[in-house]
Design a protein around this ligand. Structure first.
Ligand code: HEC
Length: 102
């Protein structure tokens, strides 16, 4: 668990603005991600990741096991948002593959 400075915690609870969520890219699902995915930890837990859709599905499943409250429809929206904004692009995938083959 990352330590969040107490002052940051107080400020964000007073103004009800989750710490880093405003930096999230616009798009369908953003509000849902802010609501669901920043309640236990900051958005930086996932904004620095680059995952495939399958990987994001697994992450969201794990978070549901941790206690994230989403139905399957919301989970799908979240997975799509994360894949679009924090996914491995086709270009990256090709580069990775080329590197691995050497
Ligand atoms: C019920 C609390 C809870 C909710 C809600 C939650 N998480 Fe988590 N998440 C955790 C815990 C606990 C960990 C492991 C400890 C940590 O890294 O803070 C974690 C870790 C992660 C990690 C791994 C971080 C790493 O560095 O390996 C990712 C990615 C992640 N969460 C994404 C999400 C996403 C996306 C959502 C929204 C669907 C979400 N979380 C909602 C509790 C939660």
């Amino acid at each position: 668990m990352k330590t969040i400075p107490l002052t940051a915690l107080l400020v964000s609870s007073v103004f009800a603005i989750p710490g880093f969520s405003q930096d999230l890219p616009e798009g369908p699902g953003k509000d849902l991600v802010i609501k669901v995915c920043t309640s236990c930890h900051g958005a930086e837990n996932f904004t620095d990741k680059r995952n495939t859709k399958e990987d994001w599905k697994a992450v969201v499943q794990t978070m549901i096991e941790f206690g994230a409250e989403v139905n399957s429809e919301q989970a799908e929206i979240i997975v799509n948002y994360l894949t679009k904004n924090f996914g491995k692009s086709a270009v990256n995938a090709k580069v990775n593959e080329a590197v691995r083959r050497r």
